[in-house]
Design a binder for this molecule. Structure first.
Ligand SMILES: Nc1ncnc2c1ncn2[C@@H]1O[C@H](COP(=O)(O)OP(=O)(O)OP(=O)(O)O)[C@@H](O)[C@H]1O
Ligand code: NI
Length: 371
């Protein structure tokens, strides 16, 4: 197989706050192959957005990428090592801020955010903004840029694009605005698009249409995607491969079908249990019990052990390694869970956690008292 287009290795990003160091992204590794749509999924606060902004080198104070390597088509977007003295060392290969801005962002890697109004200026027409973006990034004349812009609007399913070209963002519906953003992302023919929950604010029907559109465009242009979402339904619909994040770490990675049908990690299991499925009624849904702990002070051992229905005493002590546990029918299937370590999980005592009945019973009672 050819080299992946994007390779993230042991990426770490921290926020230095008054309360302490937030380990928002704590040593994640994953790859994206050409033409592949890779999901990054997890609950709120798992570190998905920090991970994507780290890759694009858009983390702001008090945050900082403190380690890891991100390689995009052989170029080091990030190459940082922490010396034994605690000093961060950037390798000489790591791109400068200017190289990131001029060569990478927009042209090579485009990013789509949840809120299209962040990317669209309300005082300029949609077409004008798209045209200007294309003109700046693609070395074409203003007329050519306008033509490309109209073509792109048509491509993403905006009806009567010549007319809508002169509309302002507020004259578009949420779904239409998101289509414009996709047009903008595609306009410079990037090889990779990073999308951070771009359909979360849309209603389900519109979301479905946008996902169909993305799938179609991805096949046509062979663009690679990193798709951030908290919704496994979205993952099932569009992703080829999935990374599941929990508290700054990727705890499972597999082909989408294997993740759903050969689930290895109890957290992924719990996530799957919490989404509506056609064969389930709403009251059969099982939200994940408990809350994700703070990334300032993550639990010892396996970080999920405080909420894990399968936790045993060893889970509190042993930090699981991220390892390939694929069976012969799978391409690769990574997981970090103590169950797959040779540390006596089977003989260890079960641990009382937020997921076990005794504990959640207590929670309900406590909540009742407080009201
Ligand atoms: N500017 C900041 N200062 C301090 N902590 C931050 C900052 N930005 C993010 N964090 C912390 O980093 C962690 C990861 O946040 P992130 O936004 O990446 O989560 P997420 O998975 O994208 O969640 P969501 O689904 O809600 O978007 C959280 O604990 C968050 O509180
Ligand atoms: Ni986010």
């Amino acid at each position: 197989m050819s080299e992946p287009i994007l390779k993230v290795e042991n990426l770490k990003t921290q926020f230095f706050t008054e309360e302490g160091t937030v380990r928002a992204v704590d040593g994640i590794s994953f790859e994206v192959n050409e033409g592949e749509l890779v999901g990054l999924v997890g609950e709120s606060g798992a570190g998905k957005s920090v991970a994507t902004s780290s890759i694009m080198r858009l983390v702001e104070d008090p945050g900082e990428v403190v380690g890891g390597t991100v390689t995009y088509k052989g170029k080091k977007l990030i190459d940082i090592e922490e010396g034994s003295d605690g000093e961060l060392r950037q390798s000489s290969e790591m791109l400068s801020n200017e190289e990131m801005r001029k060569q990478i962002r927009g042209r090579e890697i485009a990013i789509i955010f949840q809120d299209p109004m962040e990317a669209l200026n309300p005082v300029f027409t949609v077409g004008g903004q798209l045209r200007e973006f294309i003109e700046i990034n693609r070395d074409v004349s203003s007329e050519q840029a306008k033509e490309i812009a109209i073509d792109m609007l048509r491509e993403v399913g905006i009806p009567e694009p010549e007319k809508r070209y002169d509309s302002y963002p507020h004259q578009f519906s949420g779904g239409m605005r998101q289509r414009v953003i996709i047009a903008m992302a595609l306009a410079c023919e990037p090889d990779l698009i990073i999308a951070d929950e771009p359909t979360t604010a849309l209603d389900v029907t519109v979301e479905g249409q946008i996902l169909d559109l993305v799938k179609e465009l991805q096949e046509k242009y062979n663009t690679s995607f990193v798709w951030v979402t908290h919704d496994l339904g979205v993952v099932a619909e569009i992703c080829d491969r999935v990374n599941v994040m929990y508290l700054g770490e990727i705890i499972e990675q597999a082909d989408v079908d294997d993740l759903f049908h050969k689930t290895r990690h109890p957290y992924t299991d719990a996530l799957l249990d919490s989404i509506p499925r056609p064969d389930q009624s709403v009251d059969e849904l099982n939200p994940i019990k408990g809350v994700m702990p703070e990334a300032i002070n993550p639990p010892s051992g396996c970080r999920f052990h405080t909420r894990c229905p399968e936790a045993r005493t060893v889970c509190k002590e042993v930090r699981p390694t991220y390892q390939d546990v694929s069976d012969p029918n799978e391409s690769s299937h990574y997981v970090s869970c103590v169950k797959y370590e040779n540390v006596g999980y089977d003989d260890a005592e079960p641990l009382e956690t937020e997921a076990t009945d005794a504990f959640s019973g207590g929670l309900v009672e406590a909540r009742g008292d407080g009201e």
